[in-house]
Design a protein around this ligand. Sequence first.
Ligand code: ADP
Ligand SMILES: Nc1ncnc2c1ncn2[C@H]1C[C@H](O)[C@@H](COP(=O)(O)O)O1
Length: 222
Amino acid sequence: MPRINHQLHEQSLITLAGTVGVGKSTLTNKLSETLGFRAAYEKVDGNPYLEDYYSDFQKWSFHLQMYFLAERFKQQKFMHEEGLGYVQDRSIYEDVGIFAQLQFDQGNMTERDFNTYHSLFEAMVMNPYFPKPDVLVFINGSFESILARIQARGRQMEIDTPVEFWEDLYTRYQTWIANFQECPVLHLDIDHYDCSDPVSMQEIVTALEELQQTAHPAHVKL
Ligand SMILES: Nc1ncnc2c1ncn2[C@@H]1O[C@H](COP(=O)(O)OP(=O)(O)O)[C@@H](O)[C@H]1O
Ligand SMILES: Nc1ncnc2c1ncn2[C@H]1C[C@H](O)[C@@H](COP(=O)(O)O)O1
């Protein structure tokens, strides 16, 4: 993917959000190349809890959430210390607002554990010292298309997970993003961009430039 000249400041943090399988890692890769920024991925291989979690949500939800929160916070700290432009694959806000909340609501995390997790998140993230993304890019699409991508990617633990779980996750994302106010949001639909097409990438970059200039947390659809 050719580099595109852009007006984003050189220490920008562009964070990608969206449900499992929607295309965050793929766009993280293309967008970071396009902008000449570094990519910060969410590591799935080597996660010590993920397979256990998918086989027993009740037993492992709290452990997995603590692990993701620690990893995400360390990644955020590293990016801040590096002081470079980054495209980040998933935001820390999704950990608490989507995944931990889902497991608590489904009865897989006790109230005691959820409160402990939540108070740690509040102390670490919801303060003026925690850098917010310049723009959060929310990737969305039809539930059927996203489910097909999960199947095609072929992580067995995800394929074996009941479809009702993915439906619940998908529905939560729609409500969560509608209420998200931490930073400006660019909404992308998977049927309306093509990350191998330089014209499509230019449209995304232009929208990011405009959103970075907005003084309030606007939501813009491309
Ligand atoms: N724009 C796209 N068009 C077609 N397939 C895509 C596109 N983006 C991602 N995919 C495919 O969808 C699957 C999930 O993509 P991935 O980037 O891993 O999603 P996420 O990081 O959101 O879980 C992968 O198999 C990937 O190759
Ligand atoms: N906070 C999380 N809780 C539970 N599961 C999570 C969390 N963050 C990511 N995950 C899972 C979901 C997927 O199975 C993998 C990676 O997500 P992806 O959207 O494919 O990048 O980890």
